[in-house]
Design a binder for this molecule. Structure first.
Ligand SMILES: [Zn+2]
Length: 239
């Protein structure tokens, strides 16, 4: 064989379809996040953070398809992971089992291990990257899929002491369903850690926001309304 004969694979488009409505509440009143460059329908090379006017959910539009993070995004991530892990140490110092959702290459478990040397970290991701993460022992068990997949929900039901979601809900088509899925794999009394891009969406004046949803699902929210991080405990009486 001579010459470059490898079959050409069409490149995966970096973005999903542009959304006209909020994935959290369905409102169509979407606005560019202040300081951002706004929704750009028909602009294939840009994905902007937009905020729902009604519930203040912040998400990427069009959503990024799963893949390696851009270098600029990756830069501050390790610091953020360390801060989040330390915040969880204070509330839940010795979890046995932890699921990191949307874990990608399992960067968070790698950092969190420093603070939780006796915890077993598993990873869930829609891409096979999580399998590679297991191969290099960043996670103990790897699951390819989503919290909303039936086989994942059944297999992992009430299994974890901690479930973490970093910059995940703003990337998925149905964040409310994913959040409920996260609570299902958490054991009663377990802790949920959610990293959010815009703390204003947590304001109690927005009854359809994340905190309200967590309370409605039988959780106690342990963090204030001003941080980028939400820690909640699933109460024993939660459904
Ligand atoms: Zn909304």
């Amino acid at each position: 064989m001579s010459g470059p004969s490898a079959p050409s694979v069409p490149p995966v488009p970096p973005y999903g379809p542009y959304r006209e409505d909020c994935p959290w509440c369905g409102s169509r009143r979407l606005r560019a996040r202040p300081g951002g460059d706004g929704p750009r329908q028909g602009a294939p090379h840009r994905s902007a953070l937009v905020r729902c006017h009604d519930c203040r959910h912040v998400f990427r539009n069009p959503p990024l398809t799963p893949g390696p993070e851009r270098p600029v995004v990756r830069a501050g991530v390790r610091l953020k992971h360390g801060r989040a892990a330390r915040a969880m140490v204070r509330r839940c110092p010795e979890p046995e089992s932890w699921l990191d959702v949307g874990t990608g290459d399992a960067d968070f478990p790698l950092t969190a291990r420093t603070y939780f040397p006796y915890t077993s970290f598993d990873g869930l991701d829609p891409t096979p990257r999580v399998l590679r993460a297991r191969a290099v022992e960043r996670v103990e068990e790897a699951f390819v899929g989503r919290l909303t997949d039936h086989h994942i929900a059944v297999r992992l039901r009430e299994r974890y002491d901690v479930v973490s979601l970093f910059q995940y809900l703003e990337r998925v088509a149905d964040p409310r369903a994913e959040l409920r899925g996260a609570l299902r794999v958490l054991r009663p009394g377990g802790h949920l850690l959610v990293d959010v891009p815009d703390p204003r969406r947590l304001s109690p004046v927005h009854p359809v926001g994340l905190s309200a949803e967590l309370v409605a699902q039988g959780c106690t929210v342990l963090t204030g309304t001003r941080g980028h991080r939400v820690i909640a405990r699933k109460d024993a009486s939660a459904p």
